[in-house]
Ligand binder design. Structure first.
Ligand SMILES: Nc1ncnc2c1ncn2[C@@H]1O[C@H](COP(=O)(O)OP(=O)(O)OP(=O)(O)O)[C@@H](O)[C@H]1O
Length: 496
């Protein structure tokens, strides 16, 4: 210590219920700061001159006094020498013991020692806010004990400090002793004479497990609840196969150009808004909102409002579009295809309108052409993270790479590996669907019939590989669902 130490004496602290014997063991003293103590006139210690102070003494590994912490009755604190992250009471313990108790302050530390005379106990030196720092600085000492029991204050600061200390010591080492709610700290329990509560808390201290781990006990009641079906798709067959759509998940659809991806989303949007009454966010990066709203309205009226001379009237369009009011938020991207911009807006629409269903068409447009694979990996990771964080459903469209063999535009079979950025799309998506159709077929029926292929089913796995037909009525621009086409049982293609 470069400054002269304050000389004090260990004496009983009757109001705190702590004996002179314990104070002596911990070198906790009461003394007076001399009037001629050399210090800066503005320092806290200068204000303590001539006053009685409580003194906590801190020692190095060799037992040399290296610092003192002073406290006056107005709760002013001053430090002499170097306390650093040394633990109060460390001179009373030896490495390698069985159980070490760690408290938030010197008084609680001595309160514990008062009840458990010869047990090992120390206190962090600088209060709750600096708890984790002190624990980190003393890892070798703490790790040498079989078990380290933390008993911090029953208040927000104490509980936050415990959280901050989790994960510093090796798994299973840290235990937390919880005092009954009526006591703020160990000393209150001691003063109340509640030794039972005290001992109970310490002997029932629970081992801390890293966050994210759960036991069957924690989840058994939740697991007993009946499984809820997710939100339906507009196709009953697809709902049956997938058990619906669940919040927090992302779904991908791949098809060649002109393959009907946008049309599929449009059918689903119309269904979400009118049948389910949900708000949706529509992020079509290559279609103007005025065009998209006409197409969605068309699904409500069985009209192709986007085709100029198709026999529809303005009143029909207005009537259908009116049904969409207040329910859809479009992103008019003006050619902007930056994922960060899209992400910010999805978050905004969710926060401001409570929207939980989003459609993004298409993912590939947001990829960086200089590093398509790398940027798609990042986008997919963030897309899945966003859906999980906001607990929303995001359905996106992806373009495909050119396959070997039959082109996709001519009905070539789609595989997960054909998705641009397939590795990350396959990894993060809960469902992946492929729309296969021979757009060049001579027969109109064939030209309009899509094979809907479930490429990935993460929920049960049982729908992976299932296909069903999906028709299209050119006169109305509407999808003909498989069940309407007389299709009953989904087929599983075993050959692929
Ligand atoms: N099964 C079908 N048969 C015939 N035409 C269809 C079928 N499905 C959609 N269409 C029509 O084909 C056109 C292209 O469809 P859509 O825009 O949905 O394709 P896409 O896969 O999104 O294409 P792109 O990748 O070029 O955006 C639309 O006018 C749509 O109405």
């Amino acid at each position: 210590m470069d400054k002269p130490r304050i000389v004090g004496e260990s004496q009983a602290l009757p109001k705190r219920g702590i004996s002179a014997e314990v104070c002596k063991r911990f070198h906790y003293q009461v003394g007076t700061v001399p009037n001629d103590y050399p210090c800066h006139p503005d320092s806290t210690i200068a204000k303590m001159k001539g006053k009685t102070v409580h003194i906590e003494n801190f020692y190095d590994g060799e037992g040399n006094l290296v610092g003192q912490k002073l406290r006056d009755k107005d709760k002013n604190f001053a430090v002499i020498g170097d306390i650093g992250d040394r633990l109060f009471g460390s001179h009373t313990i030896k490495k390698g013991g069985k159980v070490l108790m760690v408290t938030e302050g010197a008084i609680d530390c001595m309160s514990y020692a008062e009840v458990r005379k010869n047990w090992d106990v120390v206190s962090i030196p600088n209060g709750a806010a600096a708890a984790a720092k002190a624990i980190k600085a003393n890892v070798p000492l703490l790790e040498s004990f079989e078990k380290v029991v933390f008993c911090f204050d029953n208040d927000e600061a104490g509980q936050n400090a415990l959280e901050a200390c989790k994960g510093i010591l090796s798994p299973g080492k840290m235990h937390i002793a919880a005092l009954p709610g009526e006591y703020k700290d160990l000393n209150e329990a001691l003063v109340a004479g509640d030794v039972k509560a005290f001992i109970h808390a310490v002997s029932n201290a629970e081992s801390v497990r890293p966050s994210g781990l759960v036991e069957v006990d924690d989840i058994i009641e939740e697991a007993m609840k009946p499984i809820e079906w997710g939100l339906p798709w507009f196709l009953k067959t697809l709902t049956k196969l997938t058990y619906g759509r669940r919040y927090g998940e992302i779904y991908g659809i791949g098809a060649p150009t002109g393959g009907g991806k946008t049309d599929f989303l449009t059918e689903q949007i119309a269904y979400d808004v009118t049948e389910l009454g949900l708000n949706v966010g529509v992020f079509f990066l290559e279609q103007k909102p005025t065009e998209t709203v006409k197409r969605i309205a068309g699904k409500l009226a069985d009209r192709r409002f986007h085709v100029p001379d198709d026999g529809w009237t303005l009143d029909e369009l207005r009537e259908a579009a009116n049904r969409l009011r207040g329910k859809i938020t479009f992103y008019d991207s003006f050619g902007e295809t930056d994922w960060t911009e899209v992400k910010t807006r999805i978050r905004h629409v969710h926060m401001t309108k409570g929207t939980r269903i989003f459609y993004v068409d298409h993912l590939t447009a947001m990829a960086d052409t200089a590093d398509e694979k790398g940027s798609l990996e990042q986008i997919m990771k963030e897309l899945a993270g966003l859906a999980n964080e906001l607990n929303v459903i995001i359905t996106f469209v992806s373009h495909l790479t050119t396959p070997d063999g039959t082109p996709h535009e001519e009905g070539g079979r789609i595989a997960v590996r054909h998705f641009k950025g397939s590795r990350s799309i396959g990894f993060w998506s809960f469902y992946l669907f492929g729309l296969e159709r021979n757009q060049q077929a001579e027969d109109e029926g064939e030209r309009h019939t899509t094979t809907f292929r479930i490429l990935k089913d993460r929920y049960t796995g049982q729908a992976t590989g299932v296909t069903f037909p999906m028709g299209y009525l050119a006169a109305t621009g509407r999808v003909i669902p498989p069940e309407v086409m007389g299709f009953e049982k989904p087929q599983k293609d075993e050959e692929f």
